[in-house]
Design a protein around this ligand. Structure first.
Ligand SMILES: Cc1cc2nc3c(=O)[nH]c(=O)nc-3n(C[C@H](O)[C@H](O)[C@H](O)COP(=O)(O)OP(=O)(O)OC[C@H]3O[C@@H](n4cnc5c(N)ncnc54)[C@H](O)[C@@H]3O)c2cc1C
Length: 438
């Protein structure tokens, strides 16, 4: 319940931040009434700009504010709210022009006043932001370049929108009302300074060192890191952290990875990383002694946040990493609650943590159902892809009481969520971790 109250509090804070600037504009003398459509257009413009400004806070990874929701939900909301803000801002000029087409005359570049330029370029930046974010993969924009462009476009869109509001000075003609928008822009600036300067400085003062790089089955590597002259951090089993390797924390080159080690092993953190692209393909070449920086822990994908008489884990590929953290933690705590793991992989040969899982079966009350899409000829277990039928064959009788944790490729997560729900697991007991934030 406590968690729900905290979530409700932060939702109220969000609504207050978005709506306050709008209501403040209604205080004191107002401009001559322009009619319903003009007022609606202005309200949409102001609300859209306030929503845009709050995005800076939303994505700044403030641990207190993100904890009740989980970072993936925050990014999902950021995506939806951005689409909403974009529609509001698009409707702002559209409503004005539809009501009075003569306004289009003022939009000619030769005669356009500076504040209309500011508004137009702000909108163009926002449109570019939306297109490059919603279709980044289809446009083949590399994540690192996209991230830098995303920040620059967001700053440009907001600064120019505030300049537009100040230039038009409608509803915000009073200096203190213009000042409010300036304050909003400055708060966003302060958030950027915190995220890009203060936080990296804090990370620089708390470095970590790689002590071991372990080759795992399935083109994966486990990176073992220890804090250097500081106490490290406590984390919940299943959480993740942003890892900066081969560059400074100021470089915006961090990658998120689930912690795969036990939450009880406080002096050490392990990440298990599968070779996939430019960054992950070089992990095997990391030399012990290399300095790294961590930002974390984050996430709500943890057995410690969902107490239950037993758990079901569903992992696909390297999605086993946060599950290993939870299993290893349960071993260290001497936990004997019943556990079940569905682990989907291509081949038996490449199955990451195969040997350790066999050992964990001895130490825990753990049943494992392996699902292989390319099984060896003598394979007796489940084959193909994870499906509702496989759940129907193996889920325990007390499935409705258990909490389920799913991590793996997105299509597998969707199949598992549907399959578990159809097999009688309440949706509130199903937790998923997506490895694909954008
Ligand atoms: C919460 C979370 C936990 C994760 N845990 C693990 C784990 O335990 N083990 C593991 O192997 N992988 C994990 N991942 C995935 C891992 O972050 C990406 O595979 C890795 O960043 C890809 O980088 P690349 O340059 O090698 O690949 P690329 O080919 O450059 O990128 C592949 C895709 O990964 C994503 N990506 C790339 N760079 C970043 C970045 N800097 N930040 C966020 N996403 C990025 C993008 O969607 C991109 O399209 C996790 C992801 C998230 C969001």
């Amino acid at each position: 319940m406590h968690q729900y109250l905290r979530a409700a509090f932060w939702i109220l804070v969000y609504l207050a931040l978005v709506l306050t600037p709008l209501f403040v504009l209604l205080i004191g003398p107002r401009p001559l009434a322009g009619g319903f459509w003009v007022d609606l257009s202005l309200a949409l413009g102001f609300a859209g700009t306030a929503m845009m400004a709050v995005m800076f806070l939303l994505t700044a990874r403030f641990q207190r504010a993100t904890a009740p929701f989980g970072i993936d939900l925050i990014y999902y909301f950021h995506r939806l709210a951005s689409i909403g803000a974009f529609i509001f801002i698009l409707l702002h000029p559209l409503l004005l022009v539809v009501r009075d087409p003569a306004l289009l005359g003022a939009m000619h570049p030769a005669v356009m006043p500076w504040h209309l330029w500011a508004g137009t370029v702000s909108f163009a930046a926002l449109a570019a932001l939306m297109i490059t974010s919603l279709w980044r993969k289809q446009l083949r924009i590399h994540y690192d370049e996209w991230r830098v462009a995303h920040m620059l476009l967001a700053v440009a869109a907001l600064v120019l929108a505030v300049a537009h509001i100040a230039g038009v000075a409608h509803y915000s003609a009073l200096s203190w009302k213009s000042g409010l928008w300036l304050l909003i822009a400055l708060s966003c600036g302060a958030t950027i300074v915190y995220v890009r300067l203060v936080k990296p400085l804090q990370m620089l003062r708390r470095p970590w060192r790689v002590v071991e790089v372990i080759e795992e089955r399935g083109s994966s590597w486990t990176l073992v890191v220890r804090p250097e002259r500081h106490a490290g951090f406590r984390f919940l089993p299943g959480q993740f952290a942003w890892l900066t390797l081969w560059s400074s924390p100021f470089a915006m080159k961090e990658h998120p990875f689930s912690i795969s080690s036990s939450a009880e092993a406080v002096r050490e953190v392990q990440f298990t990383i599968k070779e996939l692209g430019d960054f992950t393909s070089r992990i095997g070449r990391v030399k012990p002694g290399t300095r790294v920086y961590l930002d974390g822990p984050y996430g709500t994908f943890s057995i410690d946040l969902s107490r239950a008489p037993g758990y079901v884990f569903i992992a696909g590929g390297v999605g086993i990493a946060p599950v290993m953290s939870m299993l290893r933690t349960l071993v260290d705590r001497g936990d004997r609650r019943p556990l079940q793991l569905f682990y989907a992989y291509h081949t038996w040969e490449r199955l990451t943590f195969r040997e350790e899982l066999a050992q964990l079966k001895e130490q825990l009350d753990l049943e494992i159902v392996y699902v292989l899409s390319e099984p060896p000829p003598d394979w007796q277990g489940e084959t193909g892809y994870l499906s509702e039928e496989i759940f129907a064959r193996h889920l325990p009788a007390d499935r409705a009481a258990r909490e389920c944790f799913i991590c793996g490729p997105t299509p597998m997560i969707r199949v598992a969520e549907r399959g578990l729900a159809r097999q009688g697991v309440p949706p509130t007991h199903i937790h998923s971790e997506l490895f694909d934030l954008v």
